[in-house]
Design a protein around this ligand. Structure first.
Ligand code: SF4
Ligand code: FES
Length: 365
């Protein structure tokens, strides 16, 4: 096989620390503690390596990336080596001074998550009192500084009926893009699926809302929206295909094809510094395992969408079907699709129950 093209983007998960406790967190159940995080110098040389191998963008994420006080150094390094830098943040730790400092060092885009449109509901699900008000303030600071803003609206059964209001909020805040991000059920989120999965009726209404808003807001707001996997007929190309578009680095420096890849048993993940990033990407065992189409079983192997969705999501196949090397059960053609439909029917019908919040504490410095 010929050498793969370099990834478009580096997803730099610089920390798992986060002041929020969202029940739908898709990070692993076992989080990396502060003491296990990769040090500044290693992140800086990783950014240099990424740029050298042809990566164009870096997305700083977490956890909450602003919990690291050396984020400014990383942003400055990204700027120096010509990487477009995007900050994926909850915004609750960002004040004007910090945001100005990041912008001055070259930050080019902010992607700000919202849990709802009104404080009580949003703060309840984030498990962080006052969080919504801080996010609103943060959004205003971002646009004041002239940085492009994407609102990342995390939607689920509890707030999907307010999608129209969420769209209005994104417009009011001056966002250029709204990502309607249905909760993805990986990691911690699996524990709360029965409280979060929307009903079919909610989903149909949301799809109609998005279609109407797209017509109304052409030229004002771009809306990204995909049907959640549990109700889809075909899977999405997770990560744009395994080992094709993105390289993910975990807080402790493991080089991963996606942020949930460590849930897959039997894969060996190399660490930053063990070998050049370009080599790990090109022929690392974990990247090679599901790259392209050679690994595919039927029905993917003979399907004309195999180079469109690349067989869907490996982590979801593992979570639902118990194996990562089978067709994503989100696909109607998968023999395991009925499992997905059965879960959707069962979980979306559950009326109550308490959220299981996650806590890593230690969100400062
Ligand atoms: Fe995609 Fe595989 Fe389903 Fe075909 S069979 S649509 S390649 S997941
Ligand atoms: Fe791992 Fe989709 S989240 S492949």
């Amino acid at each position: 096989m010929s050498a793969p093209a370099p990834p478009l983007a580096l997803l730099a998960e610089v920390t798992h620390r986060c002041p929020l406790g969202c029940p739908y967190c898709s990070n692993p159940v076992e989080l990396v503690r502060r003491s296990g995080e990769m040090e500044t110098a290693a992140w800086l040389s990783l950014l240099e390596e990424a740029a050298r191998m042809g990566v164009l963008q870096v997305h700083f994420s977490g956890g909450e990336p602003t919990a690291r006080h050396d984020l400014e150094d990383m942003v400055a390094k990204a700027e120096a080596v010509g990487l477009y830098s995007n900050l994926i943040t909850s915004g609750v730790l960002l004040d004007r001074r910090r945001l100005e400092s990041l912008a001055a060092r070259g930050l080019q885009h902010v992607q700000l998550s919202f849990q709802g449109v009104e404080p009580d509901g949003a703060d309840h699900i984030a498990g962080f009192e006052g969080g919504h008000a801080r996010k609103l303030a943060c959004a205003r600071l971002v646009t004041d500084l002239g940085l492009p803003l994407t609102v990342n609206a995390v939607m689920h059964r509890g707030n999907l009926d307010r999608l129209d209001d969420m769209i209005a909020l994104a417009v009011e805040l001056g966002a250029q893009r709204l990502e309607v991000a249905h909760v993805q059920y990986y990691g911690w989120a699996l524990r709360n699926r029965a409280r979060l999965l929307p009903t079919v009726g909610q989903l149909d209404a949301a799809t109609a809302t998005v279609e109407a808003a797209r017509r109304r807001l052409t030229g004002v707001l771009v809306i990204d929206y995909v049907i959640p996997d549990y109700y889809a007929r075909r899977p999405k190309a997770c990560m744009g295909g395994w080992g094709r578009r993105f390289v993910n680095v975990s807080p402790e420096g493991r080089v991963l094809p996606c942020h949930a890849a460590e849930t897959i048993p039997g894969l060996r993940f190399e660490r930053v510094g063990e070998r050049p990033l370009a080599e790990i990407w090109a022929d690392g065992e974990a990247f090679e395992r599901f790259r392209g189409t050679d690994w595919m079983p039927d029905p993917c192997k003979s399907c004309d969408r195999r180079e469109v969705d690349w067989g869907g999501c490996r982590c979801q196949a593992l979570a639902i079907a118990g194996r990562a090397d089978v067709t994503d059960p989100a696909c109607e053609l998968s023999p395991d699709h009925r499992l997905m439909a059965a879960i959707a029917a069962a979980d979306a019908g559950i009326e109550s129950g308490e959220f299981v919040y996650r806590r890593l504490g230690d969100a400062g410095g």
